[in-house]
Design a protein around this ligand. Structure first.
Ligand code: G6P
Length: 372
């Protein structure tokens, strides 16, 4: 068993450290010598893809947060409206979809019953279906028109880590492919984004190599009763994923919020000593989002929150309001989730371990939920 874990204590630790490869392997072989994306298993002609007028992403758990990241990127790049919905909600609310809708399911296992039922329902209504999946030959890709496989390798730990990064990567590829086929709305060119994406694995490694302080913080926080996570734009799904990891692995009450929503309710939760992680957008973000989130940090700090800030290398604006600053390398704003989620995974892993819990097999959870 020790050998299977490649020298790590748990599968989850091993899988977190495999993330640079999960992203690199998912990017591998997607372009031809001209730099054009070639997706062999899309199951749809370019003409059919041009006829699509709406996308709906269906998924559960961590995969649904990957879907939320995908929405920001695909809408921005390809200018197609994208909805993201939990698969079990989608199936039973009579969704408005037709032949011009592309329904994209995201599933590590390809066997999640809720997601499968959503795909079947979409097909009944005449929608086109594509599966983003990590398991070759599993049910969901078999029943979909097309598939874009993530190449994260087998994920054993119940809580998803490397599959999440691979799902986000695959979503970016899908978004860029749609730009290539249909034209896009913005000048973040396909070649340029792909070039940036290829640099991400090394940056994930840099994050992983600098996690000593995060582990220390986690050990100090083993008695925490509640931890909050704030994020904005693509940092919002990252905040929710960070909270989910902490619930799953350490059985601590955790919530992720959109930072802009803070003043509409959650700020009432802030009392002296309340730990809050804040995923800060890049200082280069559009619309002054960075400054808005820095103000949020200032507001909660003034009310006594303990601020654990995840910010880009060189972002000095956060320093005066941060109890801790956790650094990630610079990268384009839309790609940042591939870096910012990593410290949150490590935090949950380490805190769970400090509590003496079974990291790979959390209570009450299954790796693949094959019942509705
Ligand atoms: C289960 C797992 C989660 C996972 C979700 C979706 O609930 O415990 O970690 O995110 O299913 O799984 P899938 O295989 O469809 O990605």
């Amino acid at each position: 068993a020790a050998a299977e874990k490649g020298g790590y204590d748990t599968f989850m630790e091993k899988e977190i450290h495999e993330q640079p490869h999960a992203v690199a392997d998912t990017l591998l072989g997607r372009t031809n010598e001209n730099g054009d994306l070639v997706l062999d298993e899309m199951g749809m002609s370019e003409e059919e893809l041009r006829a699509i007028d709406k996308m709906v992403i269906v998924a559960c758990g961590t995969a649904a947060y990957a879907g939320m990241v995908a929405k920001y990127a695909i809408e921005r790049w390809a200018r197609i409206p994208v909805e993201v919905e939990l698969a079990h909600e989608f199936r039973y609310r009579d969704p408005v979809i037709d032949e011009k809708t592309l329904v994209v399911s995201i599933s590590q296992s390809g066997e999640t019953m809720d997601t499968l039922m959503a795909v079947r329902h979409a097909k009944e209504l005449g929608a086109r279906t594509i599966s983003i999946c990590n398991t070759h030959g599993s049910t969901i890709p078999r029943e979909s028109d097309g598939v874009l496989y993530t190449h994260a390798g087998p994920e054993i730990a119940v809580a998803s880590t490397k599959a999440f990064l691979a799902q986000i990567t695959a979503s970016y590829i899908l978004g860029l492919y749609l730009v290539q086929v249909r034209g896009g709305g913005h000048d973040d060119g396909v070649v340029e984004v792909m070039r940036e994406l290829h640099q991400v694995p090394e940056k994930i490694q840099t994050v992983l190599d600098g996690m000593d302080r995060v582990k220390e913080i986690a050990r100090f926080m083993a008695d925490s009763r509640a931890v909050l996570f704030l994020g904005r734009h693509v940092g919002f799904p990252v905040a929710m994923e960070g909270a989910l990891k902490l619930k799953e692995l350490a059985y601590i009450h955790a919530e992720g919020f959109a930072a802009g929503e803070l003043k509409h309710g959650p700020i009432a939760l802030i009392e002296p000593g309340q730990p809050v992680f804040i995923v800060v957008p890049s200082p280069d973000s559009e619309h002054g989002l960075h400054g808005k989130v820095v103000s949020n940090i200032q507001e909660i700090r003034a009310r006594g929150a303990r601020t654990l800030v995840i910010a880009e290398e060189g972002d000095e604006d956060v320093v005066p309001f941060a109890d801790e600053v956790i650094r990630v390398p610079r990268t384009p704003a839309l790609l940042a989730p591939l870096l910012t989620v990593v410290p949150l995974q490590i935090f949950a892993l380490e805190l769970s371990t400090a509590k003496g819990l079974d990291v790979d097999q959390p209570r009450n959870l299954a790796k693949s939920v094959t019942v509705e």
